[in-house]
Structures are given as structure tokens and as C-alpha cells.
Design a protein around this ligand. Structure first.
Ligand code: HEM
Length: 399
């Protein structure tokens, strides 16, 4: 596969067209010329799951950066990410994951349902008010605010600080894109990481002095180094809403482009709608791993130190796994996807983001039965790793 094809404007507009071609070539293909350190693209459903659970493939950890970006420690953004469980494997990863699992429990998520419902209705009231002046920008007014407010509630971040967070979180997200680590993006992400580190350091000190029933207070009391504590708080906070923001934006687009599906969505079937939205247009389309030792996947060699693109978006449309994969069908018998990852790094927030989608979509359609997109959503190139709209104008009471 020529990586430039994926990174081209066409590739970014319609990745499923490329995914369909890839599926005709088996489950994994060599990336031409080992461009940008990526040796192999894996796109078959079973093969992607295999890469994600296989101990031979690691996250792009400190050892990987030592190999490819020896100056990486000078970049606060890269240090913050590497101090988190996202970019750690083995026993060190298991230990932090268990620690977070002890405080981020199913009971705590269930207790958030009330907050999710209350926030949703407050945001809908505000959209209604704003709609008096014309179209409403759904991403900023709803899709970002719901998950970030929920994460703020969970972690114990003051709600008034959320507007300050958004540009900083986006700056860190930008360097995760396949070709995103440009000099300019890196400089912005470093500034954001410095500011977020200072912010969370201060908040941790406050919670240590006066603990509350929130994740920051609970984690601050665990046996974690200060760097790992701050790194995990920043990355978990980020992970919790950029992704769910895109689930809400991508999901709403699908509903509004298919009025017959919107009409049949109800409180009873919304869970299968959300699963199908996640399969069809996953907020994270590609995960990346590397092989510390020579390895192979599906017969394609991965030389030591080279990276593998685990193409979740393609796996979700594998015809060997899903009947008629390019059809959006919330009633499908073969539901399920790799959108929350698989194996040891499986998403810790899957239940929370499902809950948010299951509350938000029926409430949106019930409040605004004539909700419509102002312009067709297709046609604009979008990022490949964290895939969603920057902005999405909607007419709350019909166009
Ligand atoms: C629709 C929304 C979401 C999507 C699509 C999503 C997707 C993912 C994926 C694909 C991974 C695996 C990363 C990898 O294997 O490299 C992951 C990991 C993770 N997610 Fe999510 N996520 C979502 C929401 C959330 C929320 C709401 C939270 C927090 C409350 C969260 C916290 C995490 C954490 C902590 C991990 C890292 C687990 C580890 O490294 O062991 N995510 N997520």
C-alpha cells in the first residue's frame, strides 16, 4: 500500500474506498518503501485484533522513540504521553491500569448517568436558545461540551475551566495524526503540555490538601510517581472527550443523512444504533504498534523497530467479518467492532461513552424532531486517526 494514498485528500475524504481495495489484497499488506517508519498495514478484522493482543507488538514507547526520535525528552508533549499507560506495556502498564480500574469502577460510571442526562438537557435548552439566531454549531455547543463536562465531573476538574482546555487538548491530539508531528504542531503541543502539567499539578495539590470523591483525589493517594500521575490524568482526560465528541458528531451526521433511521431510533434500540455508529465511522480509525524484534503478521515481515498500522476503521468493514459491511444497519446480527481497541489496552471508557451516546441521541431527536444538517457533511477531508468534524452546523427546527 502506498501510504500517500491514504494521506491524500481523496484518502482523507473517503477512507472506506481504500479499505475496500485493501480487503481484496488479503488481511495485511506491506507499506511501500517503509515510508515514515511504517512497515505494514493490517486491515483484516482478525489480524487487527491479533496485532492488538499480541505481546510481540508494542505501543510506540520510550524505547521506540529512543530509536527514531532520540531528542524526544526535550518535548514536554512526548514526555507526558510516554508517562501514561497508553504508551507503556507489560507489568508497568498492568499495574497502572489496575490502579485506575480500582477507582474508575462500573459503579462510578453508573452513578454518572444522572449527570449525563441533566447535562444533555441543559445543553439542549441552550441549543434551543441559540437557534433563535440561526444555525447552531453542534460540535462546539454540544458534542464537545457533553463529554468534557462528564469527564470534568468524573475527574474533579472545575467546569468553568473547560473552555480553557479545548485548544490545548486539540493541540495534543494533532501530533497523534499519522503526519501530524510537524515542527509547528509539535511546538503547539509542547506549550499545551507544559500548561496542562502546571494545571493538573496545582489541582492535585489542592485535592491532596482537601480530598473529594473524585478521580484526581483517589489517584493522588495511590503509589504513582508524580510524572505518571500527571501523564495519566492529562491523557485520560483527553481520551475521554475527543473520541466521544466524534462519536456524537459522526453519529448525528449518520442519523440526519438517513432520516428513515432517525425516525426508527428509540430508547429501546439506541444501544444497537450506537454500536453501529462506532463500527461504521469509528472516532479512532488507526492504532499504531511496533515490533521491538523482527516479526511477521499474515506472512508480511515487520523488521525490528518498524511500526504497524492496525487499521481499525478498515477492520470494521471487513467483508469476511461483516455481511454487507458498507451498509449502516443497526439491526445487524453480526454487530461488534474494534472501535474501542482490543486486548490489554482495551478502552477503559467504553461503558461511559456508550452511555453518553445512548442518552444524547434520543434526547436530541425528541427535542428537535426537525433537526437537519445545514450542508451535506461529506466531501471535506478529515483526520485519519482521530476522525470527526471540526464544526457541524445544524438547523434545530428544520432547514
Ligand atoms: C467513543 C468514545 C471512545 C473511543 C472510540 C475510544 C477508543 C479507544 C481506543 C481505540 C483505545 C485503545 C488504544 C490502543 O490500543 O492503543 C482506548 C483506550 C483508552 N481509553 Fe478510550 N475511547 C473512547 C472513550 C473513552 C472515555 C470516555 C474514556 C475515559 C473515561 C477513555 C479512556 C481510555 C483509556 C484510559 C484508555 C487506555 C487504556 C490502556 O492503555 O490500557 N476512552 N480508547
Amino acid at each position: 500500500m502506498d501510504l500517500n494514498e491514504l494521506l491524500s485528500e481523496e484518502g482523507r475524504v473517503d477512507p472506506p474506498a481504500l479499505y475496500a481495495r485493501l480487503h481484496r489484497a488479503g488481511a495485511a499488506v506491506a507499506v511501500d518503501g517503509g515510508a515514515r517508519g511504517f512497515a505494514v498495514a493490517v486491515h483484516g478484522f482478525e489480524a487487527v485484533a491479533q496485532v492488538l493482543k499480541d505481546g510481540r507488538f508494542h505501543q510506540l514507547d520510550a524505547a521506540y522513540l529512543d530509536l527514531h526520535t532520540p531528542q524526544w525528552r526535550r518535548h514536554p508533549a512526548l514526555r507526558v504521553l510516554r508517562d501514561s499507560m497508553f504508551f507503556t506495556d507489560g507489568p508497568a502498564h498492568d499495574r497502572v491500569r489496575q490502579m485506575i480500574g480500582r477507582v474508575f469502577t462500573a459503579r462510578r460510571v453508573a452513578r454518572l448517568e444522572h449527570a449525563v442526562t441533566g447535562l444533555t438537557h441543559r445543553l439542549l435548552d441552550r441549543m434551543d436558545e441559540l437557534s433563535a439566531d440561526g444555525p447552531v454549531e453542534f460540535m462546539g455547543e454540544f458534542a464537545y461540551l457533553l463529554p468534557s463536562s462528564v469527564m470534568a465531573e468524573l475527574l474533579g476538574v472545575p467546569q468553568n475551566d473547560l473552555a480553557w482546555f479545548r485548544p490545548r487538548v486539540l493541540a495534543i491530539g494533532a501530533i497523534l495524526e499519522l503526519d501530524g508531528a510537524t515542527w509547528r504542531n509539535m511546538a503547539r503541543a509542547d506549550t499545551a503540555a507544559r500548561e496542562l502539567t502546571a494545571y493538573f499539578t496545582e489541582l492535585v495539590a489542592l485535592r491532596r490538601a482537601e480530598p473529594r470523591d473524585d478521580l484526581i483525589s483517589l489517584l493522588a493517594a495511590e503509589d504513582l510517581s508524580e510524572d505518571a500521575l500527571i501523564g495519566n490524568l492529562i491523557t485520560t482526560f483527553n481520551a475521554g472527550f475527543v473520541t466521544t465528541t466524534h462519536l456524537l458528531g459522526n453519529g448525528l451526521t449518520m442519523l440526519l443523512e438517513r432520516p428513515e433511521l432517525a425516525a426508527s431510533l428509540s430508547g429501546e434500540n439506541v444501544a444497537s444504533y450506537v454500536e453501529e455508529m462506532l463500527r461504521f465511522e469509528p472516532p479512532v480509525q488507526i492504532l499504531v504498534r511496533y515490533a521491538p524484534e523482527d516479526a511477521e503478521i499474515e506472512g508480511v515481515p515487520v523488521p525490528a523497530g518498524q511500526a504497524v498500522l492496525a487499521m481499525v476503521g478498515a477492520a470494521n468493514r471487513d467483508p469476511a467479518r461483516f455481511a454487507d459491511p458498507d451498509t449502516f444497519d443497526p439491526g445487524r446480527a453480526d454487530a461488534g467492532s474494534l472501535s474501542f481497541g482490543f486486548g490489554p489496552h482495551y478502552c477503559m471508557g467504553a461503558a461511559l461513552s456508550r452511555l453518553e451516546g445512548q442518552v444524547a441521541f434520543p434526547a436530541l431527536l425528541a427535542r428537535f424532531p426537525k433537526l437537519a444538517l445545514v450542508e451535506p457533511s461529506g466531501g471535506a477531508p478529515k483526520p485519519l486517526i482521530l476522525r470527526g468534524h471540526d464544526t457541524l452546523a445544524v438547523a434545530c427546527h428544520g432547514g
